[in-house]
Design a protein around this ligand. Structure first.
Ligand code: 13P
Ligand code: SF4
Length: 312
C-alpha cells in the first residue's frame, strides 16, 4: 500500500513545491507542512519563498493573499470550497459602497477578506498586528475597520479609538459559551483563558490573554506551568501539545455541546488525500483577476512593511 505521507513528500520534491499550513489545519497536515503559522506568518513566508509552487493548506483568502503577493507562482489549495464565514460576511460590492459613503476615512481591513475587499482597502491587518497598525495612525484619524466587529470593538477598547465597524463575524469564534468557560474556570482553579480577538467582547473581558493564534501559542510556551482554557479554533491545540507536552490545554466549549463548533468546518475540508491530489494534478489553483490583484497588493505590502518595521 502506498504511504500517502511519503507520496506527498516525493511529489513535493519533484515539483519544487512548499506546503504552508495554518494552525487550524488537521494535525496530520500541520505535521507534513514545511511551515506552520498564523495568517501573518503565512503571508510573510509566501512573500519570501523561492519555490515556484505553493500549496496553501488553509482557507481561500490565505491562498488569494499568497497569489496576490506572488503573481508568478502557482498557488494551489487542496479544496477550493475552503472558505471563511467572516470573509463571506463582507461582500465586496457592499463594502465598496460603505467605503464610498464615508469619504476621508482610512480603510483598515482584516486579512480574512476577499482580494476584491482588499482592493478598496488602505492597509490590511491580521490579529497579530491589528493593534499596532491602528496605533500607527494619528489618534484622530477617521478609520473604517472591517469586517470583524469583535476584533474591531476590541481594538477600539484597547486603543481608545472610535473606528467605524463593519458588522461581520466568524461563526466559530462567536459560538463559545461564556457560562461553560466560567464553569471550567471553577472546576480548574488557576486555569488561564486564552482567547482569540474574534471572540465576543464579553468573553474577551474574562480572558487572561487575548491574541492571535501565534500570540496565544507563544504565551503558553513561555508559561508552560499553567493550565489553559483555549478559546479559538481547536486545531491550535495540536501545536500547543507538541510544544508543551506537560501542559493541560482544554478547548473552550461551544454553546451547543453536541457539535464540534470549535472546529472550523472550512479549515477541516483539507485532508491528506486532497493535498496529495492537489500536488499531483497541480489543481485546484488560485486565480485572482489582474486588476483586482494590482489594487489588493498595495495594502497587503503596506501591512508587511509596517510589520517588518515593528519587528512582527
Ligand atoms: P490568525 O491571525 O490568528 O491566524 O487568525 C486567523 C483566523 O482565521 C482566525 O479565525
Ligand atoms: Fe474564517 Fe472563522 Fe474559519 Fe478563521 S475560524 S477561517 S475566521 S470561519
Amino acid at each position: 500500500m502506498v504511504d500517502i505521507k511519503e507520496a506527498i513528500k516525493e511529489l513535493k520534491k519533484q515539483k519544487n513545491a512548499v506546503i504552508l499550513a495554518h494552525y487550524y489545519q488537521r494535525g496530520e497536515i500541520q505535521d507534513i507542512a514545511d511551515f506552520v503559522g498564523d495568517s501573518l506568518a503565512l503571508a510573510q513566508w509566501a512573500a519570501r519563498t523561492d519555490a515556484q509552487v505553493l500549496v496553501m493548506c488553509g482557507v481561500h483568502f490565505m491562498g488569494e493573499t499568497a497569489k496576490v503577493l506572488c503573481p508568478d507562482k502557482k498557488v494551489l489549495v487542496p479544496d477550493m470550497a475552503a472558505g471563511c464565514s467572516l470573509a463571506d460576511s463582507c461582500p465586496a460590492e457592499a463594502f465598496a459602497k460603505f467605503v464610498g459613503e464615508h469619504p476621508g476615512y482610512t480603510v483598515v481591513s482584516y486579512v480574512n477578506t476577499t482580494a476584491a475587499v482588499k482592493a478598496v482597502t488602505d492597509v490590511v491587518v491580521t490579529s497579530t498586528n491589528a493593534r499596532q497598525i491602528v496605533e500607527s495612525f494619528p489618534h484622530d484619524e477617521k478609520i473604517i475597520f472591517g469586517p470583524d466587529r469583535n476584533l474591531g470593538n476590541y481594538i477600539n477598547s484597547v486603543t481608545g479609538r472610535n473606528m467605524l465597524l463593519w458588522d461581520g463575524c466568524c461563526h466559530v469564534h462567536e459560538q463559545f459559551s461564556i457560562e461553560k468557560i466560567i464553569e471550567l474556570k471553577r472546576s480548574h482553579p488557576g486555569a488561564l483563558v486564552l482567547a482569540h480577538p474574534e471572540c465576543k467582547g464579553a468573553l474577551l473581558k474574562l480572558a487572561d490573554v487575548v491574541g492571535s493564534t501565534a500570540a496565544l501559542l507563544k504565551y503558553a510556551v513561555k508559561h508552560p506551568e499553567n493550565c489553559y482554557i483555549v478559546a479559538t479554533e481547536s486545531g491550535i491545540l495540536h501545536e500547543m501539545h507538541k510544544r508543551c507536552p506537560d501542559t493541560e490545554f482544554i478547548p473552550a466549549p461551544p454553546d451547543n455541546g453536541s457539535c464540534a463548533c470549535n472546529e472550523c468546518s472550512y479549515m477541516r475540508l483539507n485532508t491528506l488525500e486532497k493535498l496529495y491530489d492537489c500536488l499531483k494534478n497541480e489543481s485546484p489553483e488560485i486565480k485572482v483577476d489582474v486588476d483586482i490583484a494590482a489594487k489588493a497588493v498595495r495594502p497587503i505590502e503596506r501591512m508587511l512593511e509596517i510589520s517588518a518595521r515593528l519587528g512582527l
